[in-house]
Structures are given as structure tokens and as C-alpha cells.
Design a protein around this ligand. Sequence first.
Ligand code: SAH
Length: 218
Amino acid sequence: MHQVTSDMGHRRRGMVREQLLPQGITDEGVLKVLGRVPRHLFVDHALQAQAYSANALPIGYGQTISQPISVARMTQALQVQDGHCVLEIGTGSGYQAAVLAEMGAEVYSVERIKPLYLAALDRLTRLRYFQVKLKLDDGTLGWPENGPYDRILITAGGPKVPEPLLRQLADPGILVMPLEENGTQRIVRIRRERTRWYKQDMGPARFVSLIGTYGSRG
Ligand code: SAH
């Protein structure tokens, strides 16, 4: 058991060194947190040996845990600070939520597929991520009761930024999501500052679809 754990630690440090650093992840906090969160415990037992490879991996129901580099890019783009209130749409395995929690955030995460929500709830509780709150719902509607949020992260690609989420973003605040245009996806960062909005392209992405009232049709 101890040997398995230290082997995973070794692979995790390899992931940081061979995937994240060469691909432009410079944020010390992001590098430290991805080097710490036990990604292998967020996938099925049979896939644990692949947990630190460069791939997205299946988590059931046609969904995936995103590639390490995608999680790192999204987290770096979000500029999370200690004490931030962060809303994530698309809990999936719960890995990204755990990363945000380790960045010092209070995390609210919404998932629309019940078995994934239940599995993430069980996993995050067992791993003692008590600063993460989960909800089963259409995340394109947000989670208005706990807003406004300093940061909002959507980990599924949609045709436009869901309007309810723009309303739940604090001022100042940052929202990051993959936007679909002409069949491809680009990560965009939307910054709200003194009632003004700024939009920035952060490069290509490949996420599963955001399905809901303000996303694509399921
Ligand atoms: N962040 C996840 C990976 C996301 S995969 C992780 O770290 O593992 C995208 C997830 O978004 C899937 O689980 C999918 O079911 C979910 N999703 C898609 N549309 C959604 C919506 N409208 N509301 C909530 N979750 C949604």
C-alpha cells in the first residue's frame, strides 16, 4: 500500500515536470496543487495506472475527467486567490473541484448527472474536502443562493456564456469557459471590472458538451 502511494506520488511529480511545465504552466500555486491532489483517486480503480498520463479518461455516462494540462490551464486562467468563493459547472469526478479547494477557495460545484454527482460527493467526503459543496442540477442556471462568486469555471463547452452565470459573477470577477465556435472550442476568460466586461482568448480546448437551458440541448 505504501509503495503504491509513493509510486503515485512519483508519477504525479512526473506529470508536473513533463506535461505542465513544458506547456507553459507558470503559476507556482497551480503547479504545487496539481503536484499534490491525488488524481488517481478520482478515476476507476482499473484506470488508476493511467491517471497521470496526458489523457482525458472516461468516468462513465459519456463524460471524462479532463486532461491534466486542461485542468492546469483553466485553473491558471481563473487566477484563484485564498478565500475566493468559486462556482464550478460540471463536477464530473470532482477532481477540478478538489484542485480549486486546494487553491484556497470555497467551492460550489454543480453536476447534472446523478450517479456522477453521488460518486463525487462520496469521493470528496472520503478525501475530506469539506470546503466543497455539491448540487445536482442544470448548472447553466448557476447556484444563485450562494453568489455572487469571485470566480466561475465551466468545465464543459457551450455555444455561449450562460446568462444566469454572468449575473452571478461578482464585480470584480472572472469567468472561464470553453466556447464553441464553428465546431471548435476556445477557452475564453471574461473579466468583469467596475461594471465593464473584458473578453480574452486563452487558446484551443476540447471539453465535453455543456447541456442545459443555457447550453446545448441534451
Ligand atoms: N470538472 C470535471 C470534468 C468535467 S466533464 C472533473 O474534474 O472531473 C464535464 C461535466 O460537466 C460532465 O460531468 C457533465 O455531465 C457536466 N455537465 C454538462 N452540462 C452540465 C450542466 N448544464 N450542468 C451541470 N453539469 C453539466
